[in-house]
Design a protein around this ligand. Structure first.
Ligand code: CO
Length: 208
């Protein structure tokens, strides 16, 4: 790839935006009030705004390997807290995707060095749901199911956060688990019942 082409692309993008609205960037510079926090995978095939048909200013985005919100990860914790407490987003979306390399790596036994503790977070999801997963004989189907269960567990990780619990109680913040199906381009809503998920973990993770 010719990197200088990117600056050409940028110039035509700016012209295009200004052609539609001469104040476009001046208005963007005034601030942001996105309604959605999107936590997705870093995978180059899975965009954030583009696959949702949204643009600059619409979504607060956090991406990492396998769309994780691990308890001790200060980066994702800071993003969620800032989005919920300061930007007051109304929706948290955790979006996984089929054929996720991170999830695949967690199903294998390769030593990936510094990646190992990150992948162990996904292995923990596997262990939590091992009865269901090991009952699936087709490896591809098991892989897809682990992608879905990982999204579900990251939604649970989000609801463990005190600021999220508070916003859930006080202003009905919604949490959504989605999967992007790369083969069809479609977004799938896993329709995770957060009320039910919260009841299951409330006793242990409840924060006043
Ligand atoms: Co991925």
């Amino acid at each position: 790839m010719d990197i200088s082409k990117i600056f050409e692309n940028n110039r035509s993008w700016v012209e295009n935006k200004l052609g539609n609205d001469p104040q476009y960037f001046e208005n963007l510079a005034k601030g942001q009030s996105p309604e959605i926090l999107y936590v997705g995978c870093s995978d180059s095939r899975v965009t954030a705004e583009q696959l949702m048909g949204l643009g600059p200013g619409d979504v607060f985005v956090h991406r990492n390997i396998a769309n994780m919100i691990p308890n001790l990860d200060y980066s994702s914790m800071s993003v969620v807290n800032y989005a919920v407490v300061h930007l007051k987003v109304n929706h948290i979306v955790v979006c996984g995707h089929y054929y996720c390399g991170g999830v695949k790596a967690a199903m294998d036994s390769a030593d990936l060095g510094i990646l190992n503790p990150w992948l162990r977070e996904i292995m923990d999801v596997y262990r939590l749901h091992k009865d269901e997963l090991l009952a699936i004989s087709d490896e591809d189907a098991r892989y897809r199911r682990l992608v879905e269960l990982n999204v579900q567990e990251q939604c649970v990780n989000a609801i463990k956060i005190e600021a999220v619990q508070r916003a859930y109680r006080e202003r009905d913040l919604k949490i959504h688990g989605w999967v992007f199906d790369i083969k069809s381009g479609r977004l799938i809503d896993l329709e995770i019942d957060m009320q039910k998920a919260l009841q299951g973990i409330h006793q242990i993770y409840h924060v006043d």
